[in-house]
Design a protein around this ligand. Sequence first.
Ligand code: ADP
Length: 341
Amino acid sequence: MARETIVRKASDLTEEEDRALRPQRIRDMVGQGDVTARLDIALDAARKRSETLGHILFDGPPGLGKTTLAMAIPRELGTSIQIASGAALQAPKDLIPYLTNAESNSVIFIDEIHRLPKIVEEFLYPAMEDFRIDLTLGDGVNARTINMTLRPFTLIGATTRAGMISAPLRDRFVMREHLEFYTLDELAEIVRRNAAKLNTAIDEAACREIAHRSRGTPRLANNRLRWVRDYATSKADGRVTIQLADAALEMQGIDPLGLDGQDRKYLETIIRTFAGGPVGVEAVAHTLNLPPDTLVDEVEPFLLRAGLVIRTPRGRRATVAAYEHLGAAPPPEAAGGATLF
Ligand code: ADP
């Protein structure tokens, strides 16, 4: 059950709805101004010189816009994109069709690129660097290697785990861009724009409330907006007021900080089961019956950013703010942590 809750987080919107709300061009994106300014320059230069755009790596927590940026780039260049996932590319032969089908100056997007096995990574190096691959035909004594030239392409990688990318792969990306959580104003703007796209009348206070409870993440803002909209349609005349937004989010178990049941269970486990920590992430994951990766990728980044937990060499610790948020009395030794934002 717990696992289902978290998997749903990433996919609350149907594909069609997601497409409708996803910004198509870089200029349509809200926030990430530094990243988009650098991309604009690189795109402009590539266009002016009629050259291939350099390879780009995006990293950051889920739902912050890595895929959106990767899909906007070929539109800016007027070229095509092929989309692959690191988890599905388990052998060099899985990658070959993408490389050989790539049109000149087109984009190959590999999501979850940290999941590429080493053998596939190594196969990618000459493709990225010199646009060629070495193919081995036959095996045993009859094996021979042929060298194949590819049309130049741009590789865009996305990862929630920059630390898991090997240095040789990382170094082959010309641009490495880290996406940060969005500010309240940026998320409110996303909610405002998307409510208009969904033909939904919404109060300014409701926009800000949904933004405030979206954990700095546009994908969650979209999911919350959709739920609040459904709620307003079912319980009232469809117009989203602050009262309806509050009631709808409370019904979904999303608290005033934007944490959902899963986030609170994580904090409760550290505080109640492990006396506030320090505790290793594996032990918390085991207790919650969740894969540690899910905690590290999806749950912890915002809680760390919000100063509710801290990482120490001996494991995670709940801060005073976490105790207070759960209405528990912090022990004298609880860590202060950063201020909430
Ligand atoms: P990631 O690949 O980082 O997990 P996505 O690019 O799939 O995240 O973004 C999730 C959703 O959030 C998108 O469908 C889009 O609607 C919305 N979104 C992401 N970034 C922005 C942004 N900068 N402005 C507006 N909406 C955004």
